[in-house]
Design a protein around this ligand. Structure first.
Ligand code: F0G
Length: 465
């Protein structure tokens, strides 16, 4: 079934606008910029006009499209194209991203001290992480602009996603990653999808700096989340989640924080849904960082600033040497922190940190729900547990944790945890505190290949259950 209503957004009239309150400079939608030319501020895509039709008709249009087998209706991003700045018939590159499940996590809930906990599993995207929801729009915009070479800096997931979408679009891509700091699975994806992989000595922040400089060159298109078209795709997850909840928003939405594009996108997404009358309040966005890579949490905890004020003239203190085994979020200089701050302001949000031990245990618990996620994603469950213990989240509140990446993204970590070999050997941690304890470890058992030996193990198993 083809739903032929044209997108009501007129892309040519949409704009890019600087988010800095004192600037607000605007640029054409197809100007290739990553930051404001006047003040260096981050840019937002601003839709030219609100989608025509009331909330009810938009909801039913989006719901109707779920019965369609046509592209772009099959994509959980393009299904919400009224929220996107592309107009009619853009050259879409899609792998059928989005439409990810919202699971109940009963074991995770009781671990956290909650009556219930829902897990929005963005790891169920085509390349196994949430990045795909933004990559489809960024690569589509690259095609609108007619660029041939796409680049990104990455801790592994953005690069895997870019590599796949560039391959689908028949475009070239080069990714820059910190050598030895990206999981094998993520690296394997980028290689298989044919990306040029550039490994550098340094960390993600070094890669990001180099790539931003390189992207001054007109022939190169940068698709990190500093690119506002990435945020546009990722913001549709807010609509998808609201739809899954029958347009009732949760009390708390909890996301991991690295470069802070995802939290920014959720903030923008929910803000726009509220303006369109599709939801009647904002969820409180909670951002969780690993304690060794927490420049944004430091800013939040130290800052006396009133979240209700628009003033963003203060600055974050970046970390030169961030540390965490959750390699996806090992970031010391988060590019999108001002947009993430805005998301906190819009939603009355909060930021906290969790330890490596807390992340590792929470990850194992998510696994016990039969879902599984990568370490960075488990910061959410670890953070929720902490907030419930502090009384900042009540046991009967409606909480959704966003799982950003799939369990299979980092199996080295999983095997080490379950075999009690996970450790944090970085400077400043005394040797006797370096070991991560596998509180929920599940070790393989060597067994003789005989019926009786196996039966013994199985009997023990049933007795212990
Ligand atoms: N979770 C996962 C699995 C990630 O890969 C990332 C970021 C985050 C959370 C943090 O999201 O940066 O939007 O705050 N990964 C980037 C990458 C940096 O290169 O793959 P964020």
């Amino acid at each position: 079934m083809i739903i032929s209503e044209p997108s009501p957004i007129r892309a040519s009239l949409s704009k890019q606008r600087c988010i800095e309150p004192g600037c607000r400079a605007s640029y054409g939608i197809n100007e290739r910029l990553y930051v404001c030319s006047h003040c260096g501020g981050l840019l937002d895509v601003e839709l030219s006009e609100e989608p025509t039709g009331d909330a009810k008709s938009l909801r039913s249009l989006w719901s109707e499209r779920r019965r369609s087998f046509d592209m772009p209706d099959l994509s959980g991003v393009w299904r919400f194209r009224e929220l996107l700045p592309f107009g009619d018939n853009p050259p879409i590159t899609s792998l059928g991203e989005g439409n990810t499940p919202l699971y109940e996590g009963p074991r995770s809930a009781s671990y956290c001290g909650l009556d219930a906990l829902q897990l929005k599993h963005q790891g169920c995207n085509p390349t196994g992480s949430f990045k795909d929801t933004g990559m489809t729009t960024a690569v589509t915009q690259a095609r609108v602009l007619g660029v041939r070479l796409l680049v990104c800096a990455s801790t592994g997931n953005t690069s895997a996603s870019l590599a796949a979408y560039a391959a689908r679009a028949g475009l070239l891509c080069a990714i820059m990653v910190p050598q030895g700091q990206v999981s094998h699975a993520k690296l394997a994806q980028s290689l298989d999808y044919g990306a040029k992989v550039l490994e550098i000595e340094g960390n993600f922040d070094t890669c990001m700096r180099v790539m931003r400089d390189l992207a001054q060159d007109e022939s190169i298109y940068l698709v990190n989340s500093i690119n506002p078209f990435r945020i546009e795709g990722q913001k549709t997850v807010a609509a998808e989640l609201a739809e899954q909840l029958e347009w009732r928003v949760p009390d708390h939405l909890v996301v991991p924080g690295g470069n802070l594009g995802n939290s920014s996108a959720f903030g923008k997404g929910f803000h726009e849904l509220l303006k369109l009358g599709l939801i009647d309040r904002m969820p409180r966005i909670t951002i969780v960082q690993a304690s060794g890579a927490a420049p944004f949490a430091n800013l939040f905890l130290k800052s006396e600033r009133d979240l209700t004020k628009e003033d963003q003239s203060f600055d974050i203190v970046n970390l030169d040497d961030p540390h965490t085994l959750a390699s996806a979020i090992k970031i010391g200089a988060p590019v999108s922190w001002k947009k993430a701050w805005r998301a906190l302001r819009w939603t009355g949000g909060q930021v906290l940190t969790v330890s490596e031990q807390e992340i590792a245990d929470a990850k194992a618990i998510v696994g016990r729900d039969g879902i599984g996620c990568e370490p960075a994603s488990a910061t959410t469950v670890a953070g929720i547990k902490k907030l419930v213990a502090q009384g900042a989240i009540k046991s009967d509140e409606h909480v959704v944790a966003v799982l950003t990446g799939h369990l299979l993204k980092d199996t080295d970590y999983v095997i080490k945890y379950h075999s009690e070999q996970l450790s944090i050997p970085w400077e400043g941690i005394p040797e006797d505190e370096q070991r991560i304890v596998g509180h929920f470890s599940n070790q393989p058992e060597k067994v003789e290949a005989s019926q009786s030996a196996i039966k013994k193990v199985l009997d023990r198993m049933t007795k212990q259950s």
